[in-house]
Design a protein around this ligand. Sequence first.
Ligand code: NAD
Length: 322
Amino acid sequence: MMKILVTGGAGFIGRWVTKRLLEDQHHVWVVDNLANSSTTNIEEFIYYDHFQGFTKGDIKDKGVIEDLFKKGEFDICYHLAASINVQDSIDDPSTTFENDTIGTFHVLELCKKYNTKLVFMSTCMVYDQAQSEKGISELDPIKPASPYAGAKIAAENMVLSYYHAYGLPVVVVRPFNTYGPFQKTGGEGGVVAIFIHHQLAGKSLNIYGDGTQTRDLLYVEDCADFVVTAGYSDQANGQIINAGTGRDIAIHDLASLIAKDASRIRHVEHIHPQSEIPKLLCNYEKARRLLNWEPKVSLEKGIKRTEQWIKASTGKKEASGS
Ligand SMILES: NC(=O)c1ccc[n+]([C@@H]2O[C@H](COP(=O)([O-])OP(=O)(O)OC[C@H]3O[C@@H](n4cnc5c(N)ncnc54)[C@H](O)[C@@H]3O)[C@@H](O)[C@H]2O)c1
């Protein structure tokens, strides 16, 4: 049983990481500034004996975060707190840089001071497009196509430098596009959640550009399983590791799968085509080899589960009048 801090733990992926850690019987603390989330995402955790509580705090606020590290004496910090929107990072790069790079640096410093393993949540958005049919491996070239990617690459490098310079146990994880229950369905959410929401609401499904851009879509519980396992593994220390399904789908095919009716699909002009990655397909051979990790949920099953959750949560909101 370990003591664990999850930053961004009230967010979409963070709440699944927290849930999995609680199911594994660890003592878990969550910190989040709720900039893109709400405590309703984590309200069920009060029923777990080992849940140590939620702190509303910002990772850039050294006092609040150091207090947590001092009291918690954490074995592992899963660092997921970040500004996650590519579009926002282009419109307002400083917020993303401050949260994703400088915020990570603060967390990293505290991990060093309190000898805590750091699992740094990076992203597939740091890659250039797939060079081969086998997909993108950790050895493929990176490209900071947006300030979001640039800020994550900068943070990854700082995190890895603490492994090389100080022997701090760290691991950089790069999940591919993740979807599932609890993801936001508005503009700040992911493509699957937005498409399902529009489908259920009888609205059109808007695709940026021609829709030939592909994504490797990872179901959120598979993502959480990967992230948590990387934290448990000593073999992962000092490594960068990808996770995806090894299958990519063009966005117009995804829209057809969800809409069922082609007349609902619209192509709209891309706002920032220069930051679009044309093909994202994951090669997760390293995660399989090092962590014995494999994705378990197919895209079709994952879409079904997500749809059920969106239907249920929309019903709840309507019933409460919010
Ligand atoms: N969603 C994806 O497809 C995906 C894929 C790969 C990697 N990631 C990474 O996974 C992590 C979680 O992403 P998500 O999709 O769950 O998004 P999310 O926005 O739901 O989660 C991020 C959380 O961090 C919080 N946060 C933001 N800035 C903060 C700060 N300064 N201090 C404290 N909390 C702060 C937000 O309120 C939010 O709850 C991010 O690091 C993201 O870059 C996401």
